[in-house]
Ligand binder design. Structure first.
Ligand SMILES: NC(=O)c1ccc[n+]([C@@H]2O[C@H](COP(=O)([O-])OP(=O)(O)OC[C@H]3O[C@@H](n4cnc5c(N)ncnc54)[C@H](O)[C@@H]3O)[C@@H](O)[C@H]2O)c1
Length: 363
């Protein structure tokens, strides 16, 4: 099992990852002297697939253990689900000396992180991500929360876990759509990190889809290491951390405008394509560099289909995005792989050019 330390002075932690490592859960809990009153919140689909493994792993636990199995969806990333967790904790007499164990994808991780931040004024929690997206991205960094009204992740807290345990075996049962959702974030890291990782991802897309464990572990390692460094430098997103939104300003608008027909991972890939065209239009990259940087994007031409979208609608959705202030849309753009520009403003003509050309790839 490998380990990456997220070095934060007050609340640092390790991300453990490997093959068949879930069985070491109790060992890690004990080695860190974490609370022995365990409360597990488990994604229903994960429980159905892995209840034997989960039961066997916790079998030898001496302390108190209870589980809550919950269904997930963006609609259920809500106050109701949060209340369900609080109620179950209270009904089972859990107090502050609880360790909440979140086993599932990004939805479970985000809700549990927020439940842990708020129950009894804060309890310990750990993340066991079971999707590619949660392994490479959401389980690390401490952003937690729920959706409210029509706004995603609007209620939440920064709350770092006590540790993260990534067992790549869980990813074996993800369908292609869920894989693509995680691949969207992997593509983002490929552009943000360096040429080596970019080339590695470009040359291994098929192996990622076929869930080659060695390749998956390599991309988990690079993505977590990179995200960890960004979070260490800017935990609360006052500066550097904004780079993790590469492609996401466009992506969010694509998701909303297509009524979420375009899934998050797909939207991120189309969003990064649009961001590359915007970089070109503003003059940060030449036509030759643009073509070079689009090579990775072109690999998804047959995987993603985008209908004709209305640029004006998309721009007004972007203006309302909670990340923007005063209606000014700020973009993360690239000069090259690993060469990142933050807070770039653009005029509507240039944004329209970027949307039209970015989406055109996927007609
Ligand atoms: N906190 C952050 O920094 C951060 C970053 C990115 C995304 N997010 C959030 O993450 C969420 C998306 O997370 P996600 O993509 O993991 O989705 P998810 O949690 O909805 O899981 C996707 C689907 O996969 C199923 N599933 C989970 N593990 C499985 C497994 N091992 N085998 C088979 N099926 C499995 C789930 O039941 C669900 O149907 C969004 O709500 C997003 O806002 C948070």
């Amino acid at each position: 099992m490998e380990r990456i330390n997220i070095y934060l002075p007050q609340n640092g932690y390790d991300v453990h990852f490997g093959e068949n490592v879930f069985e070491q859960l109790l060992e890690i809990i004990n080695s860190l002297n974490l609370n022995s009153n365990l409360f597990l919140v488990i994604d229903k689909n994960v429980f159905e697939l892995y209840s034997n493994l989960i039961d066997a792993t916790l079998n030898s636990h001496k302390g108190k253990t209870n589980s809550l199995i919950i269904e997930v969806s963006e609609e259920l990333k809500s106050f109701e689900t949060l209340q369900n967790i609080y109620s179950s904790l209270i009904a089972n007499n859990y107090t502050r000396d609880t360790l909440l164990v979140a086993i599932g994808g990004g939805i479970i991780g985000d809700i549990c992180g927020f439940a842990a931040a708020t129950f009894s004024r804060g309890i310990e929690y750990i993340q066991v991500p079971t999707t590619l997206l949660s392994a490479v991205d959401s389980s690390v960094g401490g952003k937690t929360g729920i959706n409210f009204g029509k706004t995603k992740n609007i209620i939440g807290a920064f709350n770092q876990p006590n540790f993260v345990l990534i067992d790549v075996n869980f990813l074996d049962t993800l369908n292609n759509e869920e894989m693509l959702s995680g691949i969207g974030e992997v593509i983002k890291y490929a552009y943000l990190t360096n040429h080596n990782f970019y080339e590695y991802v470009k040359n291994n897309i098929d192996s990622i889809y076929s869930k080659d464990h060695n390749v998956l572990l390599e991309i988990i390692k690079e993505s977590v290491r990179f995200k960890g460094d960004v979070v260490i430098s800017d935990e609360k997103e006052n500066g550097n951390r904004k780079m993790l939104n590469l492609g996401h300003t466009f992506a969010h608008a694509f998701e909303v405008e297509t009524n979420y027909k375009l899934k998050h991972g797909q939207a991120v890939i189309v969003g990064i394509a649009s961001a590359l065209f915007l970089s070109f239009k503003i003059g940060f990259i030449t036509n030759q560099k643009l073509e070079e940087l689009l090579e990775l994007i072109y690999l998804f031409k047959s995987e993603i289909k985008v209908d004709n979208l209305n640029s004006e609608n998309l721009i007004s959705i972007m203006q309302r995005d909670k990340k923007n202030r005063d209606g000014k849309i700020k973009f993360v753009l690239l000069k090259d792989v690993g060469s990142i520009l933050l807070d770039v403003e653009a005029n509507n003509n240039d944004i329209t050019f970027a949307i039209e050309n970015g989406t055109n790839i996927f007609r």
